[in-house]
Each structure stands twice: as C-alpha cells, then as structure tokens.
Design a protein around this ligand. Structure first.
Ligand SMILES: [Zn+2]
Length: 284
C-alpha cells in the first residue's frame, strides 16, 4: 500500500524527481512518525501526511507532518537551527524522521530567511537590541488564545538612522500591526506574516518577502528554538492562529505567570504602547 504523502512542488524541486517518486511509492517513507508541527504521532498509511523539508545552508532534513497541521513545504532555517531541530527529533523518534535529504541537484540559492540583508525591519538593529519573546495564552471572549509577546531589550532605531529615538512601534505599524487599546479585543490579521512552529517548538516570526524575494523572511528568529507549553501548541495548531503583541523596551518585562503577562499587556495598552497582529502558522 502506498503512503498517503503530499509532496509539494517546492519540496519536489529540492529533493529531485527520483527521490520524490521513491517517497510516493513508499520506498523511503516512514510508516509512523511524530508530526513535526503538533508532535502527536501520525501514520502515513492511515492519514494524509505532508512532507516538510527543512533546509539549512549546507544540509537539509526531511520530516513529516499531519496534512491537517501544515501543508507540504520547504522551510529555510539557519544551519544552527537545523542542527537544533535534528537534535530535537533524534531522541524521541525513529531515525527515519531525521534522515538527511539527498543533495539537491542544483546549487542552492542563499537561504533568504537567514540572510540579514534580505530583511528591512529591526533585524539590522538587533546587533544592539535583542528581541525578547515570551509565549503565553491570553483570555479573549472566554477563550484562551496562544500569544507571543515581543519586547526588545533596548530602543530600536530605524535602519539607516542613528538617532536616539525608539522606532520599534512605528516600524511595526508601517508593516500593518495595529495599536491595541483593549486587550479584550482580538487583533486583526496582518497579511503575509506568519509564525513558524516546527518540531513542536517556536522557531521564527516570518514577514512578507522584501525586495525581489519570493520567500517570507524571518523578522525574528530564535537562536535556540523556543519551547512552548502543550496547551499553547495545541491551541495554536488547532486554531492555526497566533496573536503577536509587541511593545517597546521596558513596557512589559519578564512575567512569570500568564495572568501577570495579561496585566502587563493591559498596562501597555492603557499607556498606548502596545501593537498587535494575528498571524497564521507558517504555511497555513
Ligand atoms: Zn500534527
């Protein structure tokens, strides 16, 4: 029986026609796997499964996900992140989940998502200020919504300017984020942005392609994939949506509990220093 595998054109182009056919014929596909998105077990013989190719600068790793969780796609990661992802896969799964993908037949173009000049927003300024990221669930309309709160460690200057001001919020508002006056009101979706959850962990917040690019680029990328709680992950994969809040340095701070995070968000909203946007999971 052939596995029920989805191999997208992008994945096919990377792994090559022959390898794609072998996968579809069941020669190279696993039976059971842990879904790379929600981490729950899956079975290629029982449910539609997406092939997900993680591509670093030098290596690539083929992984599998429930088709309901994410569609078949190529995900660009830094080599560092890819190694983290493989380490992550290896301990609790059979080795075929982390089998190296065959070398692509054509030289790989530089990975867009990891090239600093491919992006325009605060990325260029992260050398001075780092974006701190906290995951928590926020209660809106009696439902818990998975949320990410982003707060830089210092002022973010507009690329090219060396003034002392903090342009973090204006830069995000230019990108479609909206000021939050009421945390009880869910933020609107911002087109082209998404949240990359892979191997059950938070990897990046992606923004629309810049310049001549066609692939989304990482606005924020985890140095080390960020662990999220079971509840957060379940809510995110079920609703395919994450609320991303951002506030300038010093307005939220480290909050050890979700109710305190909520309070801090409300304080920032009342002070007019909170922006937000809803984003789908990458690829959905
Ligand atoms: Zn899944």
């Amino acid at each position: 029986m052939s596995p029920m595998l989805d191999v997208s054109d992008a994945v096919r182009a990377e792994i090559g026609e022959a390898e794609a056919e072998r996968l579809l014929a069941g020669e190279n596909a696993p039976g059971s796997y842990d879904c790379t998105s929600c981490r729950a077990p899956g079975d290629t013989h029982k449910e539609r499964t997406s092939t997900v190719l993680f591509v670093g600068e030098e290596t690539a790793v083929l992984a599998f996900a429930h088709a309901n969780c994410i569609p078949s796609q190529v995900v660009s990661l830094s080599e560092e992140q890819l190694k983290g992802a493989v380490r992550n896969l290896a301990p609790d799964g059979p080795p075929q989940q982390a089998q190296p993908a065959p070398a692509p037949q054509t030289p790989r173009p530089p990975a867009q998502a990891t090239s600093p000049e491919a992006s325009s927003l605060p990325r260029t300024d992260q050398r001075q200020a780092v974006l701190g990221v906290t995951c928590g669930q926020v209660l809106i309309d009696e439902n818990l919504h998975p949320a990410i709160v982003v707060e830089p460690t210092g002022p973010i200057a507009r690329p090219g300017s060396d003034g002392p001001g903090d342009d973090f919020l204006p830069l995000l508002i230019e990108q479609g984020f909206l000021p939050v006056t009421e945390v009880a009101q869910p933020p609107a979706q911002v087109p082209g942005w998404s949240v990359l959850l892979a191997m059950g962990q938070l990897h990046a917040i992606l923004m629309p392609p810049t310049g001549t690019g066609t692939q989304p680029v990482a606005w924020w990328q985890a140095h080390q994939p960020l662990a999220v709680t079971e509840g957060w992950r379940t809510a995110a994969t079920k609703g395919h949506k994450v609320l991303v809040y951002a506030a300038p340095a010093g307005s939220i701070g480290q909050q050890p509990r979700e109710d305190l995070l909520r309070e801090a968000l409300e304080k920032a909203a009342a002070g007019g220093v909170l922006v937000a946007a809803a984003m789908p999971l990458a690829g959905t």
